[in-house]
Design a protein around this ligand. Structure first.
Ligand SMILES: C[S@@+](CC[C@H](N)C(=O)[O-])C[C@H]1O[C@@H](n2cnc3c(N)ncnc32)[C@H](O)[C@@H]1O
Length: 300
């Protein structure tokens, strides 16, 4: 797959601008700045009298965005969005008009060697997006007990063959440590049948779910999202909106349930009764957008 020159194409951009509806002078947080595509558009919407607080826990992407967006009303923070409260306190801001989180990884992170995330290119096994993270995928694969690895694959990515994969990993590491993405992907492919995904002509690599589950575990993705969903409404002004783009069902379920229960207690009002998804034109221009789902809620 081609990598765009910016390293990533922002998904659902017109939908984000329409639903966050930021006015000139507004203050908003982009929790996942990445390569700065959404941040740039949000900064144009709020103009010179507004502010975008741009967070990312990957300092390499944050630095790229900082250089790309020089001169725009954006303040950058190397922070995990699960610590939105601390980032806002550091910025001296108590309430904002909008919060965006575009979950997961940017295209460049998938292909750049240092991240060690790709099952289609051989790389040292890593998967830590925040270099401060303590546990890498290599540590999990080479030291966790078989049952714990199986549970991780099943719980985070609904991997039906979790037990088989975990058994194969534990057998293989007795011979030699599993240090590369290709070694791991080959082990998974040797025990998981190739299947065609519903409605798609292309085959899905059997290693997809294993790599997704590991990335989620290494980066604490579900825990981070849970905490963001819990604390974010406190920091929205009345009428302020939160927009979350997710890329797989485990994440989307969490967002849907959190928005629904916030609605039941009167904390938020759900704006998107069904998630918004990319148009056919967006999917053909940017195939990585195909699984994106956008949910938006508003503080009453
Ligand atoms: C899908 S990309 C965002 C792309 C971005 N919207 C753009 O237009 O370039 C996700 C980004 O969020 C970052 N990220 C993921 N989880 C995070 C978290 N818990 N806290 C802060 N940043 C996070 C990743 O490092 C990555 O740069």
């Amino acid at each position: 797959m081609d990598i765009p020159t910016t390293g990533h194409d922002p998904v659902l951009l017109p939908e984000i601008l329409e639903h966050l509806a930021l006015k000139p002078g507004a203050v908003a947080v982009d929790c996942t700045t990445g390569r700065g595509g959404h941040t740039q558009a949000l900064a144009s919407a709020v103009g010179a009298s507004g502010t975008i607080l741009a967070l990312d826990y990957d300092p390499r992407n944050l630095e790229f965005a900082k250089q790309r967006l020089e001169g725009l009303p954006v303040r950058f923070f190397h922070a995990n969005f699960s610590e939105l409260d601390a980032a806002l306190a550091a910025a001296g801001i108590s309430e904002v008009d909008g919060i965006l989180a575009d979950l997961g990884i940017s295209t460049n992170q998938l292909f750049e060697r240092e991240y060690g995330l790709s099952f289609s290119v051989d790389q040292p096994l890593n998967m830590r997006l925040d270099p401060r993270g303590r546990t890498s995928a290599k540590t999990i694969i080479n030291s966790w007990p078989e049952e714990k690895i199986a549970n991780l694959l099943f719980q985070l990515a609904d991997e039906r063959f979790s037990r088989r994969i975990a058994r194969k990993i534990v057998e293989a590491r007795k011979q030699s440590p599993i240090n590369t993405t290709e070694h791991l992907a080959e082990l998974v492919r040797s025990v998981v049948p190739h299947v065609r995904s519903k409605g798609r002509s292309v085959e899905i690599d059997p290693a997809t779910r294993t790599f997704l589950a590991l990335r989620m575990a290494v980066n604490g993705e579900m825990e981070n999202l849970e905490r963001l969903l819990k604390i974010a409404p406190k920091f929205l002004k009345s009428g302020g909106r939160i927009a979350i783009i997710s890329f797989h069902s485990t994440e989307d379920r969490l967002v849907k349930q959190a928005f629904r229960s916030a609605e039941q207690t009167g904390v938020l009002k759900v704006i998107t009764s069904k998630p918004l998804v990319p148009s056919d034109a967006e999917i053909s221009a940017n195939p990585r957008s195909r699984s994106a789902k956008l949910r938006v809620a508003q503080k009453p």
